[in-house]
Ligand binder design. Structure first.
Ligand SMILES: [Mg+2]
Length: 173
């Protein structure tokens, strides 16, 4: 497997990767080689979830999401999760525990996303990066799940993690 770098971005690279068709012909696929990322499920003591309204350049409007971010070079997932939680939601957590990890879009990229649940939250203030336009808000579980159900939450990682926690987590009803 040989990669040719077509474009080296600030955080990921677009490469052409050699592959073989079922008939054995060699062909090139374009792949985004990604350092990996994290997503957070921040739970307030009253059980509400901290979501964000995230102005997305890619889709041209704001999406309702869970806080998330890309790992810096050599940054462990847990450290990245703790950093992104503060930056995007303005909360610091007493505990940040791993939940699951998954490939976010394997048709395009090798990006593996690590999900964490954050509890024991204290407000310390957002530290947004220059290019981020993010507004956090607290949301009751019933409303989170209603937004997944009726399509107001359109972000795949947020849908996956909310439903995962609702199904397997410690959610009390
Ligand atoms: Mg960020």
């Amino acid at each position: 497997m040989k990669d040719e770098v077509l474009y080296q971005g600030a955080r990921w690279a677009l490469v052409a990767r050699e592959d073989h068709s079922r008939a054995g012909r060699s062909r090139r696929r374009e792949v985004v080689v990604h350092p990996g990322s994290v997503v957070l499920l921040p739970l307030l003591d009253d059980g509400r979830v901290v979501l964000i309204r995230n102005e997305r350049v890619s889709v041209g409007r704001a999406l309702i999401e869970l806080a998330a971010g890309t790992m810096a070079p050599n940054e462990p997932p847990l450290a990245c999760a703790q950093r992104e939680l503060i930056e995007e939601t303005g909360y610091e957590a007493r505990s940040v525990e791993p939940l699951l990890s998954f490939f976010i879009g394997p048709g395009v990229s090798d990006e593996r996303m690590h999900a964490f649940v954050a509890r024991g939250l204290t407000a310390v203030g957002q530290k947004l990066e220059d290019d981020e336009r993010i507004v956090p808000f607290a949301c009751a579980w019933d409303e989170c799940l209603a937004m997944v159900r009726d399509g107001r939450i359109e972000d795949s990682k947020s849908i996956a993690v909310l439903l995962y926690w609702a199904t397997y987590g410690g959610l009390r009803r």
